[in-house]
Design a protein around this ligand. Sequence first.
Ligand SMILES: *Cc1c(COP(=O)(O)O)cnc(C)c1O
Length: 382
Amino acid sequence: MYDELTAFIQSWFRTEDFIPLHEPRFSGHEREYVLDAIDSTFVSSVGAYVDRFENELASWLDTRKVVAAVNGTAALQVALRLVGVKPGDEVITQPLTFVATANAIDYNGAHPVFLDVDRDTMGLSALAVQNFLAEHVERRDEGSFNRRTGRRIAAILPMHTFGHPCRIEQLCVLGKEWGIPVVEDAAEALGSRAGTRHCGTFGLMGVYSFNGNKTITCGGGGAISSAEVELAARAKHLTTTAKVPHPWAFVHDEVGYNFRMPNLNAALACAQLERLPALLADKRLLAEAYREYFSGCDWCDFLREPEGCTSNYWLNVIILKDPDKRDEVLAETNRRGIMTRPIWRLMNELDIYRNCQTGSLENARWLEQRVVNLPSSPRLGK
Ligand SMILES: *Cc1c(COP(=O)(O)O)cnc(C)c1O
């Protein structure tokens, strides 16, 4: 079975060399724009490509404002702070995520509360959140408070795992009912939609990443989106040292961050964004080919996009029927030059987050034992 799978993947990517999980493709104006940024000498904190990228991404997402940032992690940190997360607060999130989601909460001095995910989306379960709020949380004038810890629940932070949209609309309804803002970690979900709307545009703020392994990349980069113009302006201010605009005077009106995206990276980002529709189309072809290949498979199921959603299929997922076979699958595929990977260790199992409150994590544990990622790069320009 491993030789057959290897042959299938090698023929898709038209190579017998090592096939990574996800590698970038530069098949458009990348070279041209980056050289243009260098020739302009504006490679750093200001430049036309940053503004252009922010405008073009906002237009693609069909939202009001986008603020570019140095990476997705920094963008998450700032977004949480701007929706009101303060030291000593709690933020509800999922344990099945990349560590940056939890770290961004900790950077704000707040505590993650890890609740379960849905099996079909791998994202934060609205039902788990609803049950937690009903059982453990008390609504007061000043906000919603966790009865066990006495702390305020300051945000709900779902993540769209591997580009599959979570039940974001239901989560936003709960957020509204309980007066808790929703921030979306859409780092993996650029181009994914729940219904017709883009992931990352449902919550008060949404965050994207353009790291080298993501759907589009600018080397390192991130962005915050928001339909609230004032909040976006605050995000721009806070990520650019909180400097009061002035031709020469250095006045900073709060302790800001140097979290801006350099113009050199923004040049690459603009070129990649132009290629996004083509990249997404090619990734859908691969997902469809995997779906067909694994249909009727006796040792795994291919994970399809949730109903009513369009996934970007950033990383394709198979779910093993027998968790005891996982290490063999990983070893045999990697030995053949096909890079595969298990899902992350649950955040609450890391020493750094072991003491955090959790709900029942039945689905998260179930997925943790069974999920394997397959090579998912687009082929264009290779
Ligand atoms: C990639 C990623 C991030 C962080 O993005 P960086 O740009 O690498 O800082 C955050 N959350 C999730 C779920 C991610 O996959």
